[in-house]
Design a protein around this ligand. Structure first.
Ligand SMILES: [Ca+2]
Ligand SMILES: [Ca+2]
Length: 247
């Protein structure tokens, strides 16, 4: 048996058979041709390379949760108890001495104002004002050294400003303080007159050791002018003034 190698695939070959020559016989003639075709080259089964389906990485959508700004309910502004203005005018001697004006309720001073001392002698008119007085009934009290006190009772404050200078009554329109109550007992009398007239004070400068309150007009001297203020019909034998307002 003979094997043929390295044949081409799918190719026809002719095979001839001869008997081999020997020492005694010559080689035979060739046989008829035998045609043999080699097998075709098998088509290799191609395993396809599978492109893998790439699942894309999805960037997640970021949902922003917006916390709404809370609506701030404003705290209602507390309406303050609006007071009203109460104003007036006084007339007194010696602006170098401070006058005190107070509004009382049940014997308690609720509001206090003062008229600051100012230069100048003699008698002056000075205004005062309480800018915000709560509703209620008040007693107005004016005090000043060497003057009798001045009281206005039953001033009823509501929601309207009160300007005492617009009052029809003279004793409220301009509150004139009686002058000469040097000892402050509520009366202007012989006791006060004698204090001015005394040797310790009369015709002396209005400074220690004299009693400066005897200088009623504030001109710096204690003399006949001050004596006459006490002695005048307007002041002598008068006492602390109290008037009714009763609006
Ligand atoms: Ca007196
Ligand atoms: Ca004087």
């Amino acid at each position: 048996m003979e094997t043929f190698n390295n044949l081409l695939p799918n190719t026809a070959y002719n095979f001839y058979q001869r008997i081999k020559e020997t020492d005694t016989t010559a080689a035979s003639i060739a046989s008829a041709a035998l045609e043999v075709t080699t097998l075709s080259t098998p088509t290799p089964t191609i395993t396809p390379t599978i492109t893998p389906t790439i699942t894309p990485t999805i960037t997640p959508t970021i949902t922003l949760t917006i916390t709404p700004t809370p609506t701030i309910t404003p705290t209602p502004t507390k309406t303050p108890t609006q007071g009203v203005s109460l104003s007036g005018k006084i007339k007194s001697y010696n602006p170098k001495v401070t006058a005190t004006i107070q509004l009382f309720q049940n014997n308690t001073a609720v509001y206090t104002r003062s008229i600051a001392a100012a230069d100048g002698p003699a008698q002056v008119e000075q205004s005062f004002q309480f800018p915000s007085v709560a509703p209620g009934t008040y007693t107005l009290l004016i005090t000043k050294p060497a003057h009798a006190s001045y009281t206005v009772n039953n001033i009823v404050v509501t929601d309207k400003n009160i300007d005492l200078t617009q009052d029809s009554r003279d004793q409220i329109k301009l509150m004139m303080l009686l002058t000469g109550d040097i000892d402050g007992d509520g009366f202007i009398n012989v006791s006060d007159l004698n204090t001015v007239w005394s040797q310790a004070n009369y015709n002396k400068p209005a400074a220690s050791p004299a009693n400066p309150l005897c200088d009623l007009n504030g001109d710096g001297s204690i003399n006949v002018t001050d004596l006459n203020i006490v002695w005048s019909r307007a002041n002598y034998n008068k006492s602390a003034v109290a008037v009714e307002y009763s609006n």
